[in-house]
Design a protein around this ligand. Sequence first.
Ligand code: PHE
Length: 450
Amino acid sequence: MANINQNQDREQWGSKIGFILAAAGSAVGLGNLWKFPYMAGKNGGGAFVLVYFIILFLVGFTLMLAEIVLGRHTQLNAIGAYRKIRKNWAWVGGLGVLAGFLILSFYSVVGGWVINYIVKSLTGALNVSDAEVLGGMFGELISGTTVPIFYHGLFMLATLLIVFGGIGGGIEKSSKIMMPALFIMIIILAIRSMTLPGAVEGIKYLLVPDFSKITIGVILDALGQVFFSLSLGMGCMITYGSYLSKDTNIPQSATIIPLIDTGVALLAGLAVLPAVFAFGFEPSAGPGLIFITFPAVFAQMPLGSLFAVMFFVLVLFAALSSSISLLEVCVAYVVDEWKMNRKVTTIVLGVVIFLIGIPCSLSLGPWSDITLLPGKGFFDTFDFVSSNILLPLGGLLLCIFVGWIWGTDNAIKEATNDGNLEFKLSGAWAFLVKYVGPVAILLVFIRSLL
Ligand code: PHE
């Protein structure tokens, strides 16, 4: 009885489009705008994109559906969802909540840089075309002490305020504003960038694969990137799915969300890389690509400062619509399982994550000597452990759970609303969850350890 009552009290998305925008908002984020272009740049461009696509088709769509179905079926947070079906699997959800904590703590540091860059572009401080000066400026920001921590705090505060408003009034409402704005801005920027003289080289770099560049490292990076970018493997889509009503068409949603995410990643690549080539910069500049190279590009472009402001606002929107989902995973757990007040939980967790983010920020400056893994400080360790280990591991366990423990028949029953909906590819999906997903993830894992 308790469960039924609890589910009746549970908030739900106000509309189907609201859910899709919120879930796409979770997926589209720094992973698309900041990481994808530099990962593609670093890993040989088209080669990386090709591997990314293969993994997306084999694993991305599959796990998106699996997570949403699991969430809606149980109407519970990540840990509760596993526990409801099989008690001793709750820890898998726990790994997810842990990943959410770790990701948000460094994610918010980068979100802070973005706010700082909005300020910089508004004050004209970015109006420099010398990449070296810009590099110095970026280095000074991220290696600082109080300034990056202050902006990290601002970003966490914004995240907290949205989650404070709940599912409908906070997450859904903000996504309905931020996501359409983001689509418009990224399209304008991609067109601007692709019409620069010399942009063709950048487009080619991104889209024409050089097979000799595909190594196991590239594959592991692409696997981690698919998980990170689609917000998979940590229960985020389980949590968002748990707020769905029983009549939503999940197979359709689980197709649209990855399509939007990949579309935005490609558009981001097409906004960043052609411009980088057009002005003769290096595509492999790494994490600084959008903070160093891109402003240099803007500075040389007509109306560049306008585009710069637009770009960083876009990145902020994308980052916020993701950070709220990361916080929600943790909040939903505490609210469901410990029966805590939602607002209090949001504040407490927001503050805790802010505190954990501080060492991440400091590890890029004053604490750069402290390493947790060989050669990796707090920031890089959190990123590596969450994206390249916890998320794929969470994905692997999710496949096993849905494919073998809960069973694909039960999952398909939920996905088709008890047989009332058509799900043409259900057979293929079952095969992918049971066999292809686990084997593919395991192979990449084992290879990368050797
Ligand atoms: N998908 C988000 C991005 O691309 C990051 C994220 C990962 C969000 C995992 C939620 C869960 O930036």
